[in-house]
Design a protein around this ligand. Structure first.
Ligand code: ATP
Ligand code: MG
Length: 422
């Protein structure tokens, strides 16, 4: 049979060791911080009815128009691999009536997302997000609490140079007037816009503010800022948030063009940008979406949320987070009988996270010692014919080359003592 090598689908990012250890450590920090703030985890379906995203993210958006992995299943239902987490969390919030229990109003998730984009540094077709949503709180204190929590996460991970960009998109009361205003402005610059923006500017003119095309950027550079159109309530909400962030010592910039590529936002939108990431510079993003729960069939409930791009976060951390501890002791059997003696010790110690290595193949002393050296272990425990006859193992310090003898009957205790010493 002809040999073929099967590879991943293009742009599907996988995480291999030792990088996966580092991911786990970072994920643990995220979980600890969020659980400290009262968040609980949701583990959700990866596949959803396409309609969920079409309705929540919005028709004239990049995600829905060209980035979704959508296909018909065997009974011809249109399904989509989730491109983001918020829609699914809101779907679950409504489906399981999570709002009925006042304790379940802060939810987080960790997992893969799928978008058909051009793969490049920091941009993949399968990527991962750490995200969270808070339900039922309208106050700008909630926006502030969540943003401060994110800043604390970056601090805990020793990430510097991340800038918070903020904007308010207004609400149903004030946004329509701004949209009309912007529509007029764009219609005068129709020629300068990219094809997408020309088409979308009638239905969804805010999208042009978000477009990455350099011509569109130039065309909207002097667009009227939304801050001029906010109603009193939205203005107070935004200034209240800015005040709390200033008091908390969090630097931020107000960016009137930050509309975010999804339709569901109201009031606060934000992005954390990192210069070190190059073109794909958004490491986390989110905002308030006070209408979405109701639009997806639930009781009117204000909400606020964010998602962090896991790959981009890890690029910022570099290699500062140490990988998990390497094995401390290599158990080196010479022969079948010695392997039988060492195996129960191996599994017993590993169960207590006192990591040992043991080769199950009959290999020479030299090759086993070489492997132990490569693994960076501190002690090698050697058992061959002579040791079996004498009832003692040789314990070799791999750094000093010093050797001592450990009687079999005390092997477990002796090894545990070695762990304590290191
Ligand atoms: P971008 O402007 O880079 O396309 P976005 O606005 O589409 O980002 P969001 O939908 O807000 O991104 O997702 C939140 C975060 O997820 C982003 O800030 C980014 O860190 C990460 N992210 C989004 N798309 C990708 C992708 N294709 N590959 C890797 N990370 C991504
Ligand atoms: Mg995008």
């Amino acid at each position: 049979m002809k040999k073929i090598q099967i590879k991943t689908v293009k742009g599907f990012n996988e995480v291999l060791p030792p990088e996966s250890f580092r991911w786990r450590l970072v994920e643990d920090k995220f979980r600890d911080l969020l659980e400290g703030y009262g968040f609980a985890e949701l583990r959700l379906a990866l596949l959803e009815p396409t309609e969920l995203f079409a309705r929540s993210i919005g028709g004239e958006t990049d995600i829905v128009e060209k980035e979704m992995y959508t296909f018909a299943d065997r009974s011809d239902r249109s399904l989509t691999l989730r491109p983001e987490g918020t829609a699914s969390v809101v779907r679950a919030y409504n489906q399981y009536s999570l709002g009925k229990s006042s304790e379940i109003n802060k939810l987080y998730y960790v997992g893969p997302m799928f978008r058909y984009e051009r793969p490049q540094k920091g941009r993949y077709r399968q990527f991962h997000q750490l995200g969270a949503e808070v339900f039922g709180e309208e106050s700008f204190y909630q926006d502030a609490e969540t943003l401060v929590m994110l800043a604390q996460l970056f601090h805990a991970l020793s990430i510097k140079g991340v800038e918070l960009h903020l904007n308010s998109l207004g609400c149903d009361a004030c946004r329509p007037a701004f949209r009309d205003h912007l529509k007029d402005y764009l219609s005068q610059r129709h020629e300068a816009l990219c094809e997408d923006c020309r088409r979308r500017s009638l239905e969804n003119p805010l999208r042009a503010l978000d477009c990455k095309n350099p011509y569109c950027r130039e065309a909207v550079a002097d667009a009227p800022p939304i801050s001029d159109s906010l109603c009193d309530d939205c203005s107070l909400h935004f200034t209240g948030l800015c005040g709390l962030l200033e008091d908390a010592g969090i630097d931020f910039q107000i960016n009137p063009r930050l509309v975010r590529g999804l339709d569901y936002y109201t009031r606060t939108t934000f992005e954390f940008l990192a210069g070190d990431l190059g073109a794909q510079n958004a490491v986390a993003a989110g905002g308030r979406y006070d209408r979405l729960v109701e639009e997806l069939g639930g009781k009117a409930t204000p909400a606020f949320g964010f998602a962090i791009g896991f790959e981009r976060l890890m690029m910022l951390i570099g290699s500062e987070v140490a990988p998990l501890t390497s094995p401390l002791v290599a158990l080196i059997p010479l022969g079948e009988e010695a392997l039988g003696l060492l195996f129960p010790i191996h599994v017993d110690l590993n169960r207590k996270a006192q990591v040992t290595t043991l080769s199950f193949q009959q290999k020479s002393l030299k090759s086993q010692l070489k492997k132990a050296d490569k693994d960076g272990v501190i002690y090698a425990l050697i058992v061959g014919q002579d040791e079996l006859a004498q009832g003692e193992a040789i314990c070799r310090n791999m750094r000093t080359k010093e050797q001592t003898k450990l009687p079999f009957e005390r092997l477990r205790e002796s090894l545990r003592e070695l762990y304590h010493e290191c």
